[in-house]
Write a protein that binds this ligand. Structure first.
Ligand code: CU
Length: 487
């Protein structure tokens, strides 16, 4: 069976689009800026209100994304992206989320190893003041106005991110701005001579479309009116915007010295995959994956990123003459979405950084105690796992705490599969070795049409109810999720 599937990795799921595209393009109507004219913003680093305690308010705000136009965002702290939280392994953090939006929310720390009550389960909702809607789903929980999320932060240094995870409405609510980054740091990372300070850039990449007045454009049927899985069939595959934003700015430009820089790449798009490449050439030296530092660096000419994935890379700008420009391209798209951002190399500067041949000692691969298969597929007008639409509270698996299992992920389309709580390593694609970009411990894997991806997942940290789901957010809202209970 694996042999037969082996050649089908690039077949397309009957949509007539190109085989690498995971969504449907929604053309915008706004006047767009020339690429590489808006400076790259760096999100504020959140300051604790007291040690280990953070507070953030989700609110409506008007921000300037396209020059000269105002965009209403729903933002953590009223910004898009929200503030970056810098957490330290061994120092627990409490994040109080206050909801001043017109809709309920649930905040998921993507990649976090957190107790189930703080995981951002889709029906574990923070509801705004005056919100009178009834409980819409079995087992739905309503926290009035505020909720304290408790993060033990016992995990390795890694690039995480946080975003809304509200049942049925994750895609429109993230599209409106509910996402930000979290950097976990630890002593293992401190000891490395990697670029830091101004030479460490968090880069949250996502796509959006805009109306003529600068407001976000999004398909009405997906837009959060009423309560429905009756989505716009034109966007069944997912929504792709025609403007690429980095840290909330369209095709921005950043000045860099001719030294090494560390780029924390996050694909925060609803549905868009990227294949990143540097022009006029150059290499990404990957030092970390979703769940932390690699054992050893891996060099890539290109990096393919599915929604939810992170790549922690070093780029050495001393390879380019001062005064030159280096463009980060997305070779999966033609037209405007083929550009991501640009670096302008300003001048030579001292550089005492390095990328050591040994980066870290990640946990080894445990021996699996069980194997299961999860089939991600379109069934009638829904996206399903093992033939089921999402049923909150009905687990499809009950792995034991402290064990590991091989989970086989099969697919009819592009489905970036994300596991809450559990980190995994990719063992095989179609029975063959994984891609170079599959290295390390991960929490999200790019599963392509008719692919069979085997991952070794370990269930550590907490017992309770977690989930796996497709991280194409429109698919997720169209029920491509499942619970698993760690027992
Ligand atoms: Cu999917």
């Amino acid at each position: 069976m694996l042999g037969l599937l082996g050649g089908a990795g690039l077949a397309v799921a009957g949509c007539g689009g190109d085989a690498e595209s995971a969504g449907e393009l929604l053309a915008g109507r706004a006047r767009l800026p020339e690429p590489f004219t808006v400076p790259l913003p760096i999100p504020e680093v959140a300051r604790p209100v007291r040690p280990g305690r953070y507070e953030v308010t989700q609110r409506v705000a008007a921000v300037e994304i396209l020059p000269g136009l105002r965009t209403e965002v729903w933002g953590y702290g009223g910004t898009f992206p929200g503030p970056t939280f810098e957490l330290r392994r061994g120092t627990p953090a409490v994040l109080r989320v206050r909801n001043e939006l017109p809709v309920p929310t649930s905040t998921h720390l993507h990649g976090g190893v957190n107790p189930p009550g703080s995981d951002g389960y889709p029906t574990d909702l923070v509801v705004p003041a005056g919100h009178a809607a009834p409980h819409g789903h079995p087992g739905e929980v309503h926290h009035p106005v505020v909720k304290d999320y408790r993060y033990p932060v016992e995990q390795r240094a890694a690039t995480l991110w946080y975003h809304d995870h509200r049942m049925d409405f994750t895609a429109p609510q993230v599209w409106r701005g509910l996402a930000g980054m979290v950097l976990v740091r630890d002593e293992e990372e401190d000891a490395l001579p990697l670029p830091r300070g101004e030479r460490e850039l968090p880069l949250m990449i996502c796509d959006r479309s805009f109306e003529e007045d600068g407001s976000f454009r999004y398909p009405q049927a997906h837009g959060g009116h009423g309560h429905s899985h009756a989505r716009d069939p034109d966007f069944m595959e997912g929504v792709e915007g025609d403007v690429i934003l980095v840290n909330g700015a369209p095709w921005p430009v950043a000045e860099v010295t001719a030294t090494r820089h560390r780029l924390r790449l996050v694909n925060a798009s609803n549905a868009r995959r990227y294949r990143l490449r540097l022009s006029p050439g150059g290499r990404f030296t990957q030092v970390g994956s979703d769940a932390g530092l690699l054992a050893a660096p891996v060099a890539h000419d290109t990096i393919t990123m599915a929604p939810g994935e992170r790549f922690d890379v070093v780029v050495d700008f001393s390879a380019y003459p001062p005064g030159s420009t280096v463009t980060l391209l997305n070779t999966l798209a033609g037209g405007p979405a083929g550009n991501v951002m640009r670096f302008v190399v300003t001048r030579r500067a001292p550089d005492d950084t390095a990328v050591p041949a040994v980066l870290s000692r990640p946990p080894g691969r445990p021996r699996p105690v069980a194997a299961r298969t999860f089939d991600f597929r379109r069934t009638d007008e829904s996206w399903t796992i093992n033939g089921h639409r999402y049923r909150p509270g009905v687990p499809l698996a009950r792995p034991r705490l402290g064990t590991a299992e091989v989970w086989r992920l099969t697919s009819d389309f592009h489905h970036p599969v994300h596991l809450h709580l559990a980190h995994f390593q990719v063992l095989a694609r179609n029975g063959r070795p994984p891609a170079a970009t599959d290295a390390g411990w991960k929490d999200t894997v790019d599963v392509r049409p008719y692919e069979v991806v085997d991952v070794l997942a370990r269930f550590d940290g907490h017992r309770g109810r977690y989930m796996l789901h497709c991280h194409n957010l429109e698919h997720e809202d169209m029920a491509m999720m499942a619970d698993f209970d760690v027992i």
